[in-house]
Design a binder for this molecule. Structure first.
Ligand SMILES: [Zn+2]
Length: 263
């Protein structure tokens, strides 16, 4: 991807400005994951968040008003997933649409006898390869406070964005340190073990939405990787290691064992 000198310079200037104390306070209150970061990681996320907030367009939908709390609740979780990457991460994303809660999308299906069935499907978030993302604010908050086990709609949609960087949203992100064949075999094996556990009624690290497709498997497993990495590694150490390579970070080093207990 090409970056103009002017853009790089502007970005560096944004990243080097002092991070507002009120933003630190909002992050501390609203995004539990920020409390797990060491000093260096916190500095890295601050720079990334400052650039993200300066460059992305946030838009409230359905009467929703976007405040700093909203921007930081989203950017704070997105910054966790980019820790092993760089400032240029998520350049493909231009706008973030925020709904107050789950939102309805009109859907239709053709019927066998002719005509079509129309209905509305509730969504919590989605990502389009063209550069926008939609999120439900109640979903964002649930992820930031670990209220929904290891789920985080922000991290989920970020995983789809990462996946989309090399073309399709197909469960294959840009890979460094692992070749494509090893990735495909490793992920297929992990998905087969996961589906077998579901069939047998055994407990799994993350929920069965992951079984929808290879892309959803990567996104849902990645949520668990960042939100409850010890749980993921206990259930499937090979999958944890593959995701560690893909995301270029090792969240087990910072996230407490059982982070979702009592939430
Ligand atoms: Zn998804």
């Amino acid at each position: 991807m090409f970056f103009s000198f002017g853009r790089r310079r502007r970005r560096r200037a944004i990243a080097e400005k002092p991070f507002p104390a009120s933003w630190d306070e909002t992050l501390r209150r609203g995004v539990l994951q920020v409390g797990w970061l060491n000093g260096e990681e916190r500095e890295t996320t601050r720079r990334w968040i400052a650039v993200f907030l300066a460059e992305k367009r946030f838009e409230g939908c359905g009467g929703f008003v976007v405040t700093d709390e909203v921007r930081l609740g989203i950017a704070g979780q997105a910054a966790i997933v980019t820790l092993g990457l760089g400032l240029e991460w998520f350049d493909s994303l231009r706008s973030v649409l925020v709904y107050p809660g789950d939102y309805l999308v009109p859907r239709t299906t053709p019927l066998d006898g002719g005509g079509e069935l129309a209905w509305h499907e509730a969504r919590i978030g989605e990502t389009w390869t063209g550069g926008s993302m939609a999120l439900s604010w109640t979903g964002v908050v649930a992820g930031a406070r670990l209220r929904d086990g290891p789920r985080s709609v922000v991290m989920h949609e970020c995983a789809h964005l990462f996946d989309a960087l090399d073309g399709d949203i197909d469960g294959i992100p840009p890979l460094v340190g692992v070749d494509r064949g090893r990735w495909l075999d490793g992920m297929a094996g992990a998905r087969a073990r996961f589906e077998m556990a579901l069939d047998d009624g055994r407990s799994t690290a993350f929920d069965d939405y992951a079984a929808e497709s290879q892309a959803e498997f990567f996104a849902v497993a990645s949520e668990c990787f960042f939100q409850d990495p010890h749980r993921l590694a206990r259930h499937d150490a090979d999958l944890y290691d593959l995701l560690k390579t893909a995301w270029r970070q090792d969240p087990k080093r910072r996230v407490p064992v059982n982070p979702t207990r009592g939430r």
